[in-house]
Design a protein around this ligand. Structure first.
Ligand SMILES: Nc1ncnc2c1ncn2[C@@H]1O[C@H](COP(=O)(O)OP(=O)(O)OP(=O)(O)O)[C@@H](O)[C@H]1O
Ligand SMILES: [Mg+2]
Length: 330
């Protein structure tokens, strides 16, 4: 395995940076060194000149740099699941996928919600001839290359539309539920992807059962209200039941507190309850409430599409680093 950043040439056109690119400051922070020192590790002609005088690092070079410092790029399937709606499954999917791509993980978003919110967020709503999960799950190896939409150098999307509604009928057989999402993920693995991020609908549909069977890690985003707690309980119960039914190993299940408001009593109580009752699942990160999520969605962007500081970026970056095993001062 070649891990030297000096010997890898990015296929990048440095005059046209990708949408999702890590800055030298960000990588320096992760690695606990000064940006000026870090820049010396790269050939300057390979870096992107970003607005505001910042330098962007092509994902392939970030990958080589972090791999040399022990970050593991082994394949994994991560899913955002909650039976409850509106709890930031899609927001978390977008943030995780775009940031993972910046860290040099070749990432594919599997949009499995027939409302296609993640597809819409990337302006990737499928046209009449575009392939979606329902068209490809029986023979993913053959169909995936034509089905995937390229969003960025390291970021791809399998879009979704209302036509995926037929999956509840198509995946009636238990073995289809067990294998459909798994087989698509394995085909993605074989074609060189490192991470698959799945966005699920807020229901216990066949495609969610299939996702639970396929995922290495499941993150349940939870807001601080009573409805969210009942959604969390129901989701945990279903994950356990499905894995027992199919005699599968339990995935790594994590709970992500979202819409957290530092000075609000309700948020403090919710976090306390999560710490008391769900300590084994609770991530050491809270995503604070921010209007930036709605604003960026409106612009068909992720909070990681620009380099402006915000709590939204800060919180989701911590979340992504935790999930992907990227330590500060790597
Ligand atoms: N931390 C946050 N602070 C404020 N608003 C947020 C936060 N996270 C998400 N939102 C907003 O909440 C709304 C619902 O988020 P999102 O669509 O991601 O939820 P979802 O779980 O995918 O919903 P559904 O179950 O309907 O698919 C969106 O308008 C999003 O911008
Ligand atoms: Mg959603």
């Amino acid at each position: 395995m070649n891990t030297s950043p000096h010997t890898l040439k990015p296929p990048a056109d440095t005059a046209n940076p990708p949408h999702y690119v890590l800055t030298t400051q960000e990588l320096a922070y992760i690695c606990g060194c000064k940006p000026q020192t870090l820049v010396k590790s790269f050939n300057k002609s390979e870096l992107y000149h970003l607005p505001g005088g910042k330098l962007g690092i092509p994902p392939l070079l970030v990958r080589a740099y972090l791999q040399a410092r022990g970050v593991d790029y082994s394949f994994m399937t991560l899913a955002h699941v909650n039976m409850r709606g509106g709890v930031a499954k899609t927001t978390s999917t977008i943030a995780l996928a775009t940031r993972a791509a910046q860290y040099g993980f070749k990432t594919c978003i599997l949009d499995l919600d027939s409302l296609g919110s993640a597809s819409l967020a990337f302006d990737g709503v499928p046209m009449a001839n575009d392939l979606i999960f329902h068209d490809i799950w029986r023979d993913p190896k053959q169909h995936l290359p034509a089905a995937l939409k390229r969003i960025d150098e390291f970021l791809y999307l399998l879009p979704s539309s209302l036509d995926n509604g037929v999956l509840d009928t198509e995946l009636r057989e238990p073995q289809h539920q067990r294998d459909a999402v798994y087989n698509v993920c394995q085909a993605l693995r074989q074609s060189g992807f490192d991470v698959v991020v799945i966005d699920c609908p807020p229901a216990l549909s066949a495609v969610v059962i299939s996702t639970i069977c396929a995922a290495d890690g499941i993150v349940i985003p939870v807001a601080g209200d009573a409805f969210s707690f009942s959604g969390l309980e129901a989701t945990l119960h279903e994950i356990n039941t499905i894995c027992q039914t199919f005699t599968l190993e339990l995935p790594d299940v994590r709970v992500l507190p979202i819409r957290y408001q530092e000075h609000e009593k309700v948020s403090a109580h919710a976090l306390e309850k999560l710490r008391e009752d769900y300590a084994e699942y609770l991530l050491p990160v809270q995503v604070r409430s921010s209007t930036l999520f709605d604003q960026t969605l409106e612009m068909r962007q992720s909070v990681f599409a620009n380099v402006r500081k915000s709590t939204a970026r800060e919180d989701y970056d911590q979340y992504v680093c935790h999930l992907l095993g990227i330590g500060v001062h790597q």
